[in-house]
Design a protein around this ligand. Structure first.
Ligand code: SF4
Length: 101
């Protein structure tokens, strides 16, 4: 079975808002989480909080595979993604600092 067969991805933009109907909602640790904003973290504390939730999630590997395959942004499977590529840290908003030569 492919990952697409496991997840109904039509219209899905973020995992925590649209848990797949083919898996029990309770399998998604973030489905009932009180602060879904942490899955689009703006600082390292939010990222750590999201990763803590993902740490116990039953669909973590599938979630990450889905996020990567769909070039997603935010935390998927405990990994911060930017266009499906893993990031080590949360990017600070604004322009990058100038580096003097
Ligand atoms: S791995 Fe994280 S983001 Fe993915 S479904 Fe589980 S708790 Fe949600």
């Amino acid at each position: 079975m492919t990952i697409e067969a496991l997840f109904d991805t039509k219209g899905v933009t973020v995992a925590y808002l649209n848990p797949t109907p083919r898996l029990a909602r309770s399998a998604w640790s973030c489905a009932e989480y009180g602060d879904p904003d942490v899955f689009s973290p703006t600082d390292e504390d939010q990222l750590l909080e999201a990763q803590e939730v993902c740490g116990d999630c039953a669909v973590r590997e599938l979630c990450l595979e889905l996020g990567v395959s769909r070039d997603e942004w935010g935390v998927w499977g405990g990994v911060l993604l930017e266009g499906g590529k893993p990031l080590e840290r949360v990017k600070r908003p604004g322009r990058p600092r100038k580096v003097s030569a």
